[in-house]
Design a protein around this ligand. Structure first.
Ligand SMILES: Nc1ncnc2c1ncn2[C@@H]1O[C@H](COP(=O)(O)OP(=O)(O)O)[C@@H](O)[C@H]1O
Ligand SMILES: [Mg+2]
Length: 327
């Protein structure tokens, strides 16, 4: 079990609701009305889900994000605030909030995203929030490739933060444009990089120019540029390579996933919460994997996120829906 630590975290990135529509149907054009089984407007956006994950673990956390003036983000912002996330939200007049519509049927999902205000967060706004949060000890950046202009301004902002003893982590998530640009410039300012397996391979190729053979090689190639690299491997768990080249791993937790939205973000929150508390790497990985598995047992990004108490007490081989009850 890790030592509690109250270092304040700022999560930077996307806060856009997920409209999850469930039903055993395929959408049909031609103006025929089809009835759904369920519809829910949930907390979405990797940064928002990660911030909620930190709050569930009892970690003091702020979220900086941009939303539109359409009110679409209001319910999820209220939910984040109620969970204990301090909101630093910039509202763009006349713009639409980013929105993801998830069409979910028993065997598959279609995911439709309108980026809206997601790419509008600026380096100046991130710097402003950092300057206004003197208790800040860690900055986590999410969904890098959805925010290309912020990406260009981040190296300088993160270098300044680290000069103030603020540590930095980065989960780029996927690059929808498959370019993977801007990461090489950021890596020297990052303490912990948290890609999933396919992202790790793509990032290693983008940074080194050479194809890599598997997740350990990818993590090694990226760790050579400075950060501790943690690779999330879905049902297989996760591994980490230190800047010194040491490899650690945690095996996955067998379970029947209900919805994998937010698994990686929930992993990030639990891993980083332990890392900030000074826990050994194996323990950080173990808690990240357990939290990720808990997240896939509930619909939406945040409903399955565990509390710190739940992570401390659960037996991984008994993990099933409701084991990590909200406590
Ligand atoms: N099908 C699954 N079964 C068990 N655990 C899972 C499953 N999918 C994800 N996880 C857990 O969530 C973590 C993050 O998921 P992963 O899919 O690797 O990341 P991302 O969501 O960023 O793509 C994994 O390390 C694992 O602990
Ligand atoms: Mg991810």
């Amino acid at each position: 079990m890790s030592t509690p630590s109250f270092a304040h975290v700022l999560v930077v990135g996307d806060a856009n609701p997920d409209l999850v529509l469930r039903g055993d149907l395929v959408p049909r054009f031609g103006q025929a009305e089809q009835l759904l089984d369920d519809a829910a407007l949930l907390i979405g956006g990797s940064a928002a889900i990660t911030a909620h994950g930190f709050a569930r673990l009892g970690r003091p956390v702020s979220l900086v994000a941009a939303v539109g003036s359409d009110g679409l983000a209001r319910p999820m912002l209220a939910e984040l605030a109620a969970a204990g996330v301090r909101l630093r939200v910039f509202e763009r007049a006349g713009r639409a909030t980013g929105l993801t519509v998830v069409l979910s049927r028993p065997t598959d999902r279609a995911i439709l995203t309108h980026l809206g205000t997601i790419p509008t967060l600026t380096g100046a706004e991130v710097r402003q929030v950092i300057a206004e949060t003197p208790e800040l000890r860690h900055v986590h950046v999410a969904s890098l490739f959805l925010q290309p202009s912020l990406t260009r301004e981040l190296p300088a902002a993160l270098a300044d933060a680290r000069a103030r003893s603020i540590s930095v982590s980065l989960d780029t998530n996927d690059d929808p444009e498959r370019r993977w640009q801007g990461v090489a410039e950021l890596l020297p300012h990052v303490d912990v990089l948290l890609p999933n397996e396919s992202e790790a391979m793509a990032l290693a190729y983008a940074v080194t120019g050479n194809p890599v053979d598997g997740p350990v090689a990818a993590a090694r190639a990226l760790a050579a540029h400075g950060p501790l690299v943690t690779v999330k491997r879905g049902p297989e768990g996760a591994l980490a390579v230190t800047p010194g080249g040491e490899v650690r791993a945690a095996s996955g937790v067998p379970c029947e996933p209900v919805d994998t939205t937010g698994a990686g973000d929930t992993f990030d929150a639990a891993f980083l919460d332990s890392w900030l508390a000074g826990a050994p790497l194996e323990e950080c990985l173990r808690r990240g994997v357990l939290a990720g598995a808990a997240a896939v047992l509930a619909v939406g990004g945040t409903a399955g996120q565990p509390s710190s108490h739940a992570l401390n007490t659960v037996e991984p081989n008994t993990l099933e829906p409701n084991t990590l009850e909200r406590s």
